[in-house]
Ligand binder design. Structure first.
Ligand code: HEC
Length: 111
C-alpha cells in the first residue's frame, strides 16, 4: 500500500491517470459487475445498456451516492474501504463511459 502511494506521489505519466477508473473497476468492481459473473440479481453489468437505463434516468449523482454509501447487495465502494472517494468516482465514470460507447455501437448496427 505504501509503495503504491509513493509511486503515485512521484508522478506517473499523465496517461497513467487516464485509465485510473478502469484500473479501479477491474480491481474493485468487476468481480460483481462484469458480464458473465454470477453477481447478485439486479447487478447492472458493464456495458449492458438495458441494465443501466433506469439508473441513467435517476442520474449520476444518485449513482455516485450508491457507490459511496452502498445500495442493496452492494457494500460501500464495492466493499473496498481502501478506495478514496475520487477512485470510486473514477470507477463509476469508467462504467458510465462503457454504457455510452456500447449504446453508440448498438445504434449503428443493421439488422
Ligand atoms: C459485491 C458485489 C459488488 C461490487 C464489488 C460492486 N458492486 Fe456495484 N452493484 C452491486 C449490486 C448488487 C448492485 C445493484 C444494487 C441495487 O440496485 O439494489 C450494484 C449497483 C451499482 C450501481 C448502480 C447504483 C444505482 O444507484 O442504481 C453502480 C453505479 C455501481 N454498482 C458501481 C460500482 C462500482 C463503481 C464499484 C467498484 C468500486 C462496484 N459497483 C462494486 C454489486 C457490487
Amino acid at each position: 500500500m505504501k509503495r503504491l502511494l509513493l509511486c503515485c506521489a512521484f508522478g506517473l505519466p499523465a496517461a497513467g491517470f487516464a485509465d485510473e477508473g478502469g484500473d479501479v473497476y477491474r480491481q474493485a468492481c468487476a468481480v460483481c459487475h462484469a458480464v458473465g459473473v454470477a453477481g447478485a440479481p439486479g447487478t447492472p453489468r458493464l456495458g449492458v445498456r438495458q441494465d443501466w437505463a433506469e439508473r441513467l434516468v435517476a442520474g449520476r449523482p444518485e449513482m455516485l451516492r450508491s457507490v459511496l454509501k452502498g445500495k442493496g447487495a452492494m457494500p460501500p465502494k464495492g466493499g473496498d474501504a481502501s478506495l478514496s472517494d475520487a477512485q470510486a468516482q473514477a470507477a463509476l465514470d469508467y462504467m458510465l463511459s462503457r454504457v455510452d460507447s456500447r449504446a453508440m455501437a448498438g445504434d449503428s448496427r443493421r439488422p
